[in-house]
Design a protein around this ligand. Structure first.
Ligand SMILES: Cc1cc2nc3c(=O)[nH]c(=O)nc-3n(C[C@H](O)[C@H](O)[C@H](O)COP(=O)(O)OP(=O)(O)OC[C@H]3O[C@@H](n4cnc5c(N)ncnc54)[C@H](O)[C@@H]3O)c2cc1C
Length: 469
């Protein structure tokens, strides 16, 4: 099989060759790609061809042809990423989507392993696991579109990290196509595997800059028999005590703990067009959405309620309402997960995804608000996040902000993060959006090592150029 291009062959000839080898469904023309939604802000993809291979061999072929033609590749999953990692940085890329690679190959019930193609959508995998009495533990608001490949490539976090870890902890094995078009079979199906360097870790969280994830072996767990959910009102001074009481009292069943400052709840529940109802009557400094999940519905529920009662009696929380039905539970989660409304209402809000130690979180947010208010009294600051994972999402908006203002806002947000040895990207990654901020803050030898890693795995800059490093 000869895939070498003739000198002087244009892009159209290469695309024609891809169609010839992979079929007409494999290439979406640039004009059509440009009508697809790129993000929650309503932007669309750049007018670049989108290649849709049907299997791993076709992915490898496309990468080889692209490299030989001097093209770069932007790998595309469900386009739910939040850091502009799918934006064209050079205008010379092709998109490569795994939307024709959505097969759940096997679910091994006894071994609790799912083997899937990387284009499988999270919700599809969750439902397939649930049908067999199993759970795929990673979960996030974009579940209806986010793909396994995208989640692996961003090391996605989400709502159950405090109990089950990030995507990295769900991956047993990977198949990856390298920038040279080689297929790496790293498809182990066991939890323990210290056989040499753990190469799959290189690709997890690398945002499509080191390899294309084509298949994965994923860890499953036994499904829960019940979910126990409540909305709590708290004073921020009591946050660390509240988290400690929940973790201790719920004995390993606590699986989600989401903190929302009042502006977040108001944005979701106040005003004529508000799609959600206020979950608590009492106005509090912050609100915690907590969920416990376990195998003994009655016993777990009793303990859940007892723990909340003792926290109320001990003045660790100010108010609590326990979801009495699945629809009430869904209503609490709908408030937390209505990120599309947040994006709509705040328009061009500058969005951050930072982490800071739990004990300093309240002080961090207070300092940030003061710094922003001093410079821009009209600014709106909305904060919420996966609090037990140290993770806060921060949106700051001045109305439309200029590029210079956006940079100064970022400095305000990151100052307190760096001072607390936190992270400027807790779970969303770097993409194009956070790249300059990352480079400005990484120690020089660390950035240099990242660049050496990139150039040794992708010397020609074929994979997602301009992102991360
Ligand atoms: C409503 C909403 C809620 C969200 N909540 C969370 C949350 O709680 N936690 C969280 O971590 N994220 C969250 N996100 C962000 C997003 O869902 C994740 O980043 C997700 O992992 C991206 O998956 P995707 O398939 O959409 O990837 P895309 O957005 O398509 O791509 C993301 C990155 O992965 C690369 N990529 C995609 N597929 C592959 C592949 N097969 N091989 C190599 N690289 C690839 C892309 O090039 C890009 O760099 C949320 C997003 C939305 C819209």
């Amino acid at each position: 099989m000869n895939t070498t291009l003739e000198a002087g062959t244009g892009d159209d000839a290469v695309l024609a060759r891809i169609v010839e080898r992979c079929g007409p469904a494999a290439v979406v023309p640039a004009a059509e790609t440009a009508t697809r939604a790129l993000n929650l802000r309503g932007d669309t993809f750049a007018p670049l061809p989108l290649i849709r291979p049907g299997n791993t061999a076709e992915v490898a072929l496309v990468i080889r042809l692209a490299r030989e033609a001097g093209k770069s590749i932007i790998p595309v999953g469900g386009a739910t990423g939040l850091v502009d990692a799918l934006r064209s940085a050079t205008g010379r890329e092709w998109y490569l989507s795994l939307e024709r690679m959505r097969r759940i190959e096997r679910i091994e019930q006894d071994s609790r392993v799912a083997v899937v193609e990387a284009g499988v959508v999270l919700q599809t995998l969750q439902e397939a696991a649930a049908e067999r009495g199993l759970l795929f533990a990673a979960d996030l608001g974009g579940r209806g579109s986010a793909t396994v490949g995208g989640m692996i490539s961003t090391n996605a976090g989400g709502e159950r990290v405090l109990r089950f870890g990030m995507m990295r902890e769900q991956v047993l094995g990977l198949e990856v196509v390298t920038a040279g078009g080689e297929v790496l079979d790293l498809m182990a199906e066991v939890l323990k595997n210290n056989a040499g360097y753990d190469l799959k870790q290189l690709f997890i969280g690398s945002e499509g800059t080191l390899g294309i994830v084509t298949r994965a072996a994923l860890r499953l767990r036994p499904a829960f028999a019940g979910h126990h959910c409540a909305m709590l009102g708290i004073d921020l001074d009591h946050l660390p005590r509240a988290l400690a009481s929940l973790e201790r009292g719920l004995g390993g069943t606590l699986s989600a703990c989401e903190l929302m400052w009042p502006e977040f709840i108001e944005l979701m529940t106040d005003g004529a067009d508000a799609p959600h109802r206020r979950p608590l009557g009492t106005r509090c400094e912050a609100y915690l959405l907590v969920e416990a999940e376990g195998g003994d519905p009655e016993g777990d529920h009793k303990r859940f309620v007892e723990v909340l009662e003792s926290m109320l009696e001990g003045d660790i929380i100010r108010d609590a309402t326990v979801a009495q039905s699945e629809s009430e539970r869904q209503a609490f989660w709908a408030i937390r997960n209505d990120i599309p409304r947040l994006a709509r209402v705040l328009g061009g809000a500058v969005g951050f995804d930072v982490s800071v130690p739990i004990a300093t979180m309240a002080a961090y947010v207070a300092e940030l608000r003061a710094a922003v208010a001093q410079e821009w009294p009209q600014a709106r600051v909305v904060v919420f996040g996966h609090v037990a994972d140290n993770n806060l999402h921060v949106a700051v908006t001045l109305g439309p902000e200029t590029e210079a203002q956006a940079k100064r806002i970022a400095d305000c947000v990151y100052r307190g993060v760096t001072a607390r040895r936190g992270s400027i990207s807790a779970e969303h990654g770097i993409g194009l959006q956070k790249r300059d901020a990352l480079h400005a803050r990484l120690p020089a030898p660390v950035l240099a090592l990242m660049r050496r890693l990139k150039s040794s795995l992708d010397p020609d800059g074929v994979l997602n150029p301009g992102k991360v490093v």
